[in-house]
Each structure stands twice: as structure tokens, then as C-alpha cells.
Design a protein around this ligand. Sequence first.
Ligand code: IPM
Ligand code: MN
Length: 410
Amino acid sequence: MNQGKRWRIGVLPGDGIGTEVVSATMQVLELLRDRFELGLDWQELPWPSTAWHQHHGEMMPADALEQVRKYDALLLGALGDPGPLSDVGRYRLSDGDSLAPLLTFRKGLDLWACERPARLLSGAPQYLADPRAREVDMLVVRENSEGEYVNQGGRLHRGTPFEIATQVEVFTRAGTERLIRHGFQRARQRLAERQQSGDPPKQYRDTVRDAPRRDYHAQVCLITKRNALPHWGELYTEVFQSVACEFPEIATHHELIDAACMKFVQSPWVFDVVIASNLQGDILTDLAAVLSGGMGVAPSCNINPDRRDVPALFEPTHGSAPDIVKQGIADPRAMMLTAAMMLAWLGVEDERCALAAKRVEWAVQQDLLNQKTDRAGQFERGGPGSPRSTADILECVLTLIASPESKIEK
Ligand code: IPM
Ligand code: MN
């Protein structure tokens, strides 16, 4: 453990509600730092952002990737349309321009795993009527460095009737193997955590192995579209089968992406760890976010599990939400849970950060529960009440963290 270490965090609020949810989350981190003596130092950067582009003609300085390497972690709010939508004359960029830094960081820092946990916290909006939907607790691990997002291809005979657009997808064995092995390692970890918690073991079935065991308490499900995209689908399948041999205690399963979408809605509680390609994982994680309370509470991180010397990038799954910018109603809890993921990442080497991560999760969970009992109907926009304000949620979370039940033992 790295008790005396000071961690350097680069804070990138970005665009739109990114600045609102980051500002709230930094107040939470400040309280945690003071109260629990966390070794955190942070620096806020004005880029990447559309505002920076307005003044400098680019989303971030040319050496941004080098500049951010000095941090241990990066906390990013959101990129995209800065909003508000009512300001039709606002300075706006194409999605390709405003969102490019996200992909530059992910690929440039080789943050090849995007982890998006989807657990329905009690008190969070439950969009599925089936009561079993309360059990949703999965981790989608999305490939984050190659696949459909390599941006290779081009357009020929532009604007003519003979125009051709090509968009090449690239899947490497090395990229596939590290992703799949990481998914299995996470499944093993989740299994150990569940065993420690004393909860009754969940049962999973294995549909891939030739001679499956009878009893499995964890599963990895691989997603492909190998019936129509066989080249990478078969590569993924072969690597999955061979890596699975290293994890005999983990059940294995495969779904085609279209069927997975259906089953995420029909019976999401049967999934544990889900491994998907860059684009398919992108689509699936929006769906998974809705199954676990919506974008307002959906955290996310981009990590290189093999490299702790490059900064991991923590950003909620939601975007800049130009429709609600400057109304003070952006839900900061996805950002707070994202900050908790950052603390947990630092917590691998620093126990205090690990405990602080648990406190944030506990406080957000508690706030959701309180909201359900005290503020029924006030959660959703368009519902019977008005939405809770960012400031109200922040105040409740701060009060919870400062409450006596929320002590971290020294
Ligand atoms: C996400 C986003 C990004 C992605 C966009 C903004 C490029 O949708 O983080 O899920 O597709 O990865
Ligand atoms: Mn997305």
C-alpha cells in the first residue's frame, strides 16, 4: 500500500453539463480529502472544450496528450454541444470535432478497456416492470482502442452518384486477447466479492464449454455479430474459448448483439460480465445504463489494466446534455459514481482512497433511497414533481458523507 503518496488528478470539465457535474463532484472530493486526509491534488484544465476551440481554433493544445501524462488520473465531465439549445447562435462544432479528444485520449493513452458497471441501486428509477429487474448487476467491458473506431477508410467520388464510403474495422488478436482475459479476471474478482459479502450465490449457466460443470456462480458473456461479421466474430470466439480454459470456475456464454439487446430488456438479471467490441459495447452500454437507473447514475472509466503509469480517464456515460444546460438540474450522481471509480482505481495502491470510494457509493446509494421515500415522484423530469436540482443532490450527498455513520477508520 502506498499510504504517503499524493495523487495528481487532471480535472477536465469539458462542455455543457460537464462543467456543472464536475463542479459538484469536486466539492465531494474536497470534503473527502479534508475529512479523510486523502493524498489528492488536482488541477483544473480549460481543455478539451468547445470554449477553448472558440479562442484557440482547436479543442485542446497540440501537446495535450503529453501534458496529461503527468497525472495519475483524469476526470472528464462531458464533451459535445455546449448548449443551451435555446441559444441558437452558440458556438458549436461538428460532433466529430468536439468529441475527437475523447477518442484521442482513449487511443493515445492506450486505455483499451472501458468498464461500465450497470447495477440497479435501490431507489434509482426502475424502467422495467418485472420485479426481477431489481437484481440487475452486470459489468460491461467494452473494447476501447480498435475495432469499429479505428477511423480508417474514406470517401471516393465525393458528391457524385458514384460516391463510395468505406469504414474499415480492425481487430487484432493481441487486442482481443487482453480484453477477454481482463473480462474473465473481473468476473473472478466479482465472484470473490460476492462470496465475501455473504449474499446467496447467483447461479449461471455455461453454454459454450463442451463439458460444463454443474455449478457456476459467475459468468462471462461474449457479444459478437459472428453470423454476419464472421471474420472478427470468429477471432473473438476462438480467443474467448481458449482464454476461458484459464478460468474453469467461470461460466461462459455467447450472444449475438441483436439477441443481446432483446435479452437485456427481457431478462437483464441473467448477465454478469459482458464483453463487447467498441461499437457494440457503446450501444449496449446506453441500454445497460437505462436498465440501471438511467444516464444520471451511470458511471464509466477508460483504463489500461496493465499500466498504472498512464493516467486512466474517468467520465460518466452521459454527454453534454445541451437540452438541460444552465438549468441547474443536471444529475451529478453519475459523475460522483465515476469519481468513486477513480478512487477505487487509486485505491488499489492506497487504502484510504479505496475506503473513500466506498463512502461515495454509499452516500449516493443512501441519497437515492432517501429520495425514494421523501421525494416520491420528484425524480424524473416530466413526472409529477419538478426534478431535484444539482445543488440539492450535492447538499444531500455532502451531508451524508459528513454524517457520523460515514467514518473511515484510520
Ligand atoms: C461514449 C460516447 C462516445 C463513444 C462518443 C461521444 C464518441 O458515446 O463514450 O459512449 O461512442 O464512445
Ligand atoms: Mn456511447
